[in-house]
Design a protein around this ligand. Structure first.
Ligand SMILES: [Zn+2]
Ligand SMILES: [Zn+2]
Length: 321
């Protein structure tokens, strides 16, 4: 992105590209890059720097004059970038309160660059309370029958919400990759149940068929060796959490017993509402249904267009110069 003052800003670049600034919105891998010997000034929240470092991306982000970091409610530390020239880039966005995550704040801006992962009519997520209620009921039924339950969601972001939302069950185990991210969240002040890892539980023989338990694991196919192990050895059932679970075929495709559309992104109507609150003159869409979402916005009277993909990422740096 070229600013009028002549400085350049790369938004979630996939590699260093010589811009004056590089902004990293959050620590999901499709938004991180290896800094190498780049001299770009790195803009990122403290949380994003810490989580990224724990994932092996050595980085030290800062805040700079002329840029405001705005909470986007997607995962811990996720921020959008509001420039002094009235451009707002959302990164990934959720305007819904979930456990310890506050809803995103939408600032006013002339130009809005907004993610559109679920930017298609039909992608509508039920209330989080309703999902929690239904999942607790399934777990309760399974506990009555002595059946363990594996809850699955993205290791960074979703798994910490699952740990918070279902941590009152006992015992709770966590897959080692989830434990690693839970520890970073705890270090950053999020109060999460300190659960025994899968490896430790296996070694100590804590996983048994006789007494039900919960395991929080990354989202993976029901055909993966880990899930097969859980099923064959312990008779566990699986529940997946993803916005894509809106599609009724999703559990079959993933080989899951149950799936719930709990997402760290806005659903379609939340995206529209986010655009309205920003009240921009121009909207650019990226990620997922970028073309469809821009089309819908146009019908509502917004000047909107999708951003071309480049190098597998949505950002084309000169699209909104
Ligand atoms: Zn993300
Ligand atoms: Zn993303």
């Amino acid at each position: 992105m070229h600013q009028k003052d002549g400085t350049t800003v790369a938004l979630d670049p996939s590699r260093p590209n010589g811009c004056d600034y590089a902004f990293v919105s959050h620590a999901h891998l499709d938004h991180l890059h290896r800094k190498g010997n780049s001299t770009s000034k790195l803009i990122a929240s403290k949380e994003t720097s810490m989580i990224a470092s724990a994932r092996g991306y050595e980085m030290q982000g800062n805040e700079y004059d002329g840029f405001e970091l705005v909470d986007t409610g997607h995962i811990l530390g996720s921020r959008g970038l509001l420039t002094g020239e009235d451009v707002y880039y959302t990164g990934d966005l959720s305007t819904r309160e979930r456990a310890f995550l506050k809803p995103a704040r939408m600032p006013k801006a002339k130009t809005l660059i907004i993610e559109s992962t679920f930017g298609k009519a039909g992608y509508s997520f039920p209330a989080t309370d309703e999902i929690t209620h239904n999942v607790n009921r399934i777990i309760s039924d399974m506990y009555d029958m002595g059946i363990p339950v594996v809850l699955m969601g993205y290791a960074l972001g979703k798994a910490q919400l699952l740990t918070k939302m279902f941590g009152h069950w006992d015992p709770v185990f966590v897959h080692d990759s989830v434990a690693k991210m839970n520890n970073v969240y705890s270090d950053l002040g999020v109060d999460l149940k300190d659960a025994v890892t899968y490896t430790e539980a296996e070694q100590k023989g804590l996983l048994s068929k006789r007494r039900p338990w919960i395991m929080i694991a990354p989202l993976m196919s029901g055909r993966s060796s880990f899930v097969q192990d859980m099923k064959v050895k312990y008779g566990a059932i699986t529940i997946g959490f993803s916005g894509w679970a809106v599609d009724s075929q999703y559990p079959y495709r993933m080989g899951l017993d149950y799936a719930f559309p709990m997402s760290d992104h806005c659903d379609y109507s939340e995206l529209i509402e986010a655009v309205r609150r920003c009240a921009p003159d121009k909207v650019y869409t990226f990620h997922g249904f970028a073309g469809e979402f821009a089309g819908s916005l146009k019908k509502m009277g917004f000047d909107a267009e999708p951003i071309e993909k480049r190098n597998g990422r949505a950002m084309s740096l000169d699209s909104f110069s």
